[in-house]
Design a protein. Structure first.
Length: 390
């Protein structure tokens, strides 16, 4: 094939649009090396060089240019580049339309933050975080003693010390807020209190809050943010459900039913009544119970509760699958979930003769499951009666 035909094919091939982020120096450098390899090493083309042996990559933009020298690559921001690479006969030039250097926010797969977290992972965190807020979070709105106006004082999440890892994950991910331990009770509290950090959090969870709606709406008003209503149909594998389980949910062993269940219980109101988890866990729909209860603090105060129970034996494997995709950061709950698969293999031993190897395998499993990070495990009714060896 002749040089002209090769040049024509190369020109056609290079008409493909290439978009690179100006924040990613390595990618830009790789493209430069690729062109050199293609035109200089691969097909015996030679690059025209100046007397000082530099290759000038001309850049016509408002503020930038690249210079590739023998041992240096100087880079500044750019929007359009004209890269001139000529063949030995000076009859092949790469078009000026080949490379478009864009800002990070225009590149799919990158957030607008400097951390460059993929959009999918970023959404997964904030959806989980919204579940944590709806479970045990609080928008602390008070009347300012000076201005006499209502202000958002802080955003708080209060959890048992056993679950402090949840708070640590939040702090490590967004690099904001502080965690302090309660001096008198076994609880730790995560708080953010500056206007900038609270504004950042509110913007990211807007459209994801489903239960703490009144206080969140007011927080949006105080910060001049248009409130977005969340979708109450929680989609398949949505991490919001994991956030609720981490804080307000439970992974329980039903000895009578010989199964491991995943449950949520809330006070019944206009928001909790709209929650729909029918499509959240694959092939599993929760049983919904609405019951009248009395307050532990005030026997005269009655209220209704709503409970979502994934309690079917066939649900167990799909519960396991969901939480492998959406890890729980409550260590006790996650430990219990990870045991579901092995429990399915030995649950048939429940009715084995006491003293048999099968009954011991079953007993050892259940006691280990109940004991993990549970100091009151021995008070569980069925443990001593059916399982505990004396």
């Amino acid at each position: 094939m002749g040089l002209n035909n090769l040049s024509s094919k190369v020109g056609t091939y290079l008409e493909n649009y290439l978009a690179t982020d100006y924040m990613l120096e390595t990618i830009s450098f790789v493209y430069c090396l690729l062109f050199i390899n293609t035109f200089y090493l691969g097909v015996s083309y030679k690059l025209d060089v100046s007397k000082n042996k530099c290759l000038l990559l001309r850049i016509f933009s408002k503020a930038t240019h690249f210079v590739l020298c023998t041992a240096t690559l100087t880079k500044v921001r750019s929007t359009n580049a004209h890269i001139l690479l000529n063949s030995q006969n000076n009859n092949t030039t790469i078009s000026s339309k080949l490379m478009d250097i864009q800002s990070a926010e225009n590149c799919k797969g990158f957030s607008e933050t400097a951390r460059q977290i993929p959009e999918k992972e970023d959404y997964k965190f904030w959806s989980w975080f919204a579940g944590v807020i709806d479970g045990d979070g609080n928008f602390d709105i008070r009347i300012d003693p000076i201005s006499k106006k209502r202000v958002l004082k802080q955003i708080r999440i209060k959890l048992h010390n056993r679950d402090v890892r949840i708070l640590r994950r939040i702090q490590d991910y967004i690099h904001m807020g502080r965690i302090r331990a309660d001096k008198n009770k076994p609880y730790s509290i995560y708080t953010v209190s500056t206007k900038e950090t609270m504004l950042y959090i509110i913007k990211n969870i807007n459209g994801l809050i489903r239960l703490k709606v009144p206080s969140f709406k007011e927080a949006c008003i105080l910060y001049n943010i248009n409130y977005k209503e969340a979708n109450y149909n929680i989609e398949l594998y949505d991490s919001y459900f994991a956030g609720l389980i981490d804080t307000d949910g439970s992974i329980v062993f039903n000895y009578t039913g010989n199964r491991i269940e995943c449950n949520l219980e809330f006070q019944y109101n206009e928001y909790t009544s709209k929650l729909n988890f029918d499509n959240t866990i694959l092939n599993s729909k929760p049983t919904i119970l609405i019951r009248n209860k009395s307050s532990k603090l005030n026997d005269l105060k009655n209220f209704s509760s709503i409970t979502f129970k994934f309690q079917n034996v066939n649900n167990m494997l799909f519960i396991y699958d969901y939480f492998l995709k959406n890890r729980l950061y409550s260590d006790m709950k996650f430990y219990r979930v990870t045991k579901i698969k092995s429990f399915i293999e030995i649950r048939k031993y429940q009715k084995s003769i006491k003293g048999s190897i099968e009954h011991k395998i079953y007993s050892d499993f259940v006691i280990d499951w109940i004991k993990y990070e549970n100091p009151l495990w021995y008070k569980v009714p069925f443990v001593e009666k059916y399982l505990l060896y004396k």
